[in-house]
Design a protein around this ligand. Structure first.
Ligand code: HEM
Length: 352
């Protein structure tokens, strides 16, 4: 029998809020358990353990907060540790940012949150692309099969050039995050590389801001367009458009072509992304802090999957498209109901 892998879609709207609520419960339980365990240790032991033991983010945060050296006024309050305060709301942020974007396998705590296996957009896109490009898939498989172990180290995976090129191309062509927003903190001028013509027919050489202003008396609403952005204005960073811009990547920007990474155009080096000249993980002080982990995870998943299975589309190409939920896009069947998932055929290469 041919096994079919069905990648389940992301939860939308209320499902996301429900999942977040449950993530907060899980986070709260972890905090309580870790605090109780730490309270049983003396201060010296806490510091020694920190130096060599549990080095996960939460344990480090809790241990630092309980340190005898920390002045009382710098410690997080009970409310901040257990309540809906800053760092506990970071726990759902970590679960959400990591899982919706990268993983497709059910892991115990995520299953506890959502009850069903969840996919991840990045893995789904990688498998989608590889299913549509069998020669890329085969070249990658040959490279992966040349590794003499089923359990390579990260250094061994990072030394595989074609795996790196495929990953770069998947993330460029199919960025899971579609856009991010920023808010201007001050009035400013953002010059444009090429002038644009506004709906008013005028040419603009910097990013304009359209605004409605109330004048009183008499109370009148007027529309103004400025040649500069204004404090409070939301600026959308179009990740997908930057990643697939012909001005940056050339006329084949929309093609999936891992070999482009042998010689990327000079224009690509002007993209200020934190990784591989792309906007996928964005840039600046708030760039994705999980990007190295996400890439490592994807390499491991692809290594295992491609050495074991051949991946082929379950449907004709014309029936495959993408669906956007909020800021995330994932592959989907065109016209399928929300929640239908994304089918692929996985054929074992040898008995597994
Ligand atoms: C392929 C997978 C992933 C993609 C495409 C992705 C993409 C992004 C993007 C575009 C941002 C916004 C950056 C900005 O606003 O400048 C972001 C932020 C963030 N990501 Fe990821 N991410 C991925 C995986 C992960 C993983 C695995 C983790 C955690 C282990 C993670 C944790 C975070 C966090 C905490 C932030 C907020 C950073 C901040 O605001 O300072 N992400 N991610």
């Amino acid at each position: 029998m041919v096994p079919i892998l069905r990648l389940l879609p992301l939860p939308g709207g209320s499902a996301i809020s429900a999942a977040r609520g449950r993530m907060e419960d899980v986070g709260r339980r972890i905090v309580e358990q870790s605090k109780a365990a730490l309270a049983r240790q003396d201060a010296h032991k806490v510091q020694t353990e920190t130096a060599r033991g549990s080095r996960d983010l939460l344990s480090l945060l809790l241990k630092a907060n309980m340190s005898a050296d920390l002045p009382e006024n710098q410690k997080l309050s009970e409310d901040e540790v257990l309540g809906r305060a800053y760092h506990i709301s970071e726990i759902p942020a970590f679960f959400f940012a990591g899982h919706e974007t990268t993983r497709f396998v059910a892991v115990p705590f995520y299953a506890a949150l959502a009850d069903v296996p969840r996919d991840s957009a990045a893995t789904a896109w990688a498998m989608h692309a590889l299913s549509l490009y069998p020669s890329v898939q085969q070249t990658l498989r040959e490279e992966l099969l040349s590794v003499g172990t089923d359990n390579p180290t990260m250094d061994e995976l990072n030394a595989l050039p074609y795996l790196e090129k495929v990953l770069r191309e998947v993330m460029r062509r199919h960025s899971p995050a579609v856009f991010m927003d920023r808010v201007a903190l001050v009035d400013d001028v953002l010059p444009l590389a090429k002038p644009i013509v506004g709906q008013d027919g005028k040419e603009y050489h910097s990013l304009p801001c359209a605004s409605t202003v109330a004048l009183s008396p008499p109370v009148t609403l007027l529309n103004f367009v400025w040649n500069r952005i204004q404090k409070g204005q939301v600026i959308r960073l179009p990740i997908v458009e930057v990643n697939t811009s012909e001005d940056v990547w050339g006329p084949d920007a929309l093609e999936f072509r891992p070999d482009r990474w042998d010689d990327i155009p000079a224009t690509a080096s002007s993209v200020p992304g934190v990784w591989a000249n792309q906007f996928t993980f964005l840039a600046g002080p708030h760039h994705c802090i999980g990007f190295r982990f996400a890439l490592a995870e994807l390499k491991v998943i692809l290594f295992t999957l491609l050495r074991t299975f051949e991946i082929t589309p379950a449907l004709p190409k014309e029936r495959m498209g993408s669906i956007r939920s909020g800021q995330i896009q994932e592959p989907s069947v065109i016209g399928a109901k929300d929640g239908a998932g994304y089918p692929l055929v996985l054929t074992p290469l040898r008995s597994v």
